[in-house]
Write a protein of this length. Structure first.
Length: 299
């Protein structure tokens, strides 16, 4: 214990960390089983008996998303008592879990409204599963950004989380519609959602990169806003304005970086028609890298 004390690690801190870790593990396990319950299937059978890769990808995205949310709760200041720490961690975790699942529902019914994501994933559609996983992680990045931005465990904190969540879902829908319009223009009126349903994995990887990058822009937007617990309308409007501005800046930077890094390559032909997964992965990496760099610069 003397060595721990030299580094400022006390018994109280170790207990707090054990509480946080224990609750986190329980919530991650719960998220895994909720994937099966929401689809009305046995998750163990889908993962290990039917070897449904698409279901595994979707579940992986949901579990990773919850882990991202929990980092926003764990990195906060320790509570005054063990009970407060447990309540705070569980509350943030359950709130994040519910919003991730609700966000998946919204993305299914509004953003990808021409595709039954649950049915497609159960049939083993990997492109749809990739987009589903990315949407969950993008939503989680937003929730994490708000957890780090807001303060204390109060009703106002949860109102702030819900406000940013609403804006994030709107941005995901807008992003999907913009990608659809662009895809339709370059492919003689063909539908992006139909291409995903028909198995274009490269297109799904590109789409996933765009959504995850958008999630990181919310972190960048949080640096421009001061948390006012009761300024509900101001917070909501502020998240909308700054997240939209960050998304526009990101789009311009991505256009420029892709022109330089992927010069003399026809991305439209390679990804949309030749279904070049390798090149799509590079484009996804560029999108996420630029978003992370932008977030770091804003901090």
């Amino acid at each position: 214990m003397t060595l721990f004390q030299d580094f400022g690690i006390t018994q109280e801190l170790l207990v707090m960390l054990a509480i946080d870790l224990g609750i986190a593990v329980l919530l991650l396990a719960l998220m895994r089983y909720m994937q099966g319950w929401s689809a009305k299937v046995n998750s163990s059978d889908e993962l290990a008996v039917r070897d449904n890769f698409a279901f595994g990808i979707s579940t992986a995205g949901a579990v990773a998303a919850l882990g991202i949310v929990l980092t926003g709760a764990i990195t906060g200041a320790a509570a005054h008592t063990y009970l407060q720490e447990a309540i705070g961690m569980a509350s943030y975790g359950i709130c994040g879990l519910i919003l991730i699942k609700f966000g998946r529902f919204i993305h299914d019914k509004v953003a990808l409204n021409h595709v039954d994501k649950t049915a497609a994933i159960l049939k083993g559609n990997i492109p749809v599963a990739i987009v589903d996983a990315a949407a969950a992680m993008a939503t989680a990045l937003v929730i994490r950004a708000v957890l780090l931005w807001a303060e204390d465990l109060t009703l106002n904190t949860f109102i702030a989380i819900v406000s940013a969540f609403v804006v994030s879902q709107l941005m995901l829908v807008v992003l999907t519609r913009v990608l659809e319009i662009t895809y339709r223009r370059r492919n003689k009126g063909q539908d992006l959602q139909q291409a995903l349903e028909e198995g274009n994995t490269a297109l799904a990887i590109r789409h996933a990169g765009s959504m995850i990058a958008m999630g990181f822009t919310f972190n960048a937007a949080s640096h421009f806003m001061v948390y006012e617990p009761t300024a509900y309308i101001t917070n909501l409007f502020g998240w909308f304005i700054f997240s939209l501005a960050m998304l526009l800046v990101l789009s311009i930077l991505l256009w420029l970086v892709k022109k330089l890094v992927l010069a003399r390559i026809d991305l439209s032909d390679e990804i949309e028609r030749q279904q070049n997964i390798g090149l799509a992965s590079v484009e996804m990496a560029i999108s996420i890298a630029v978003a992370i760099i932008m977030t770091g610069l804003m901090a």
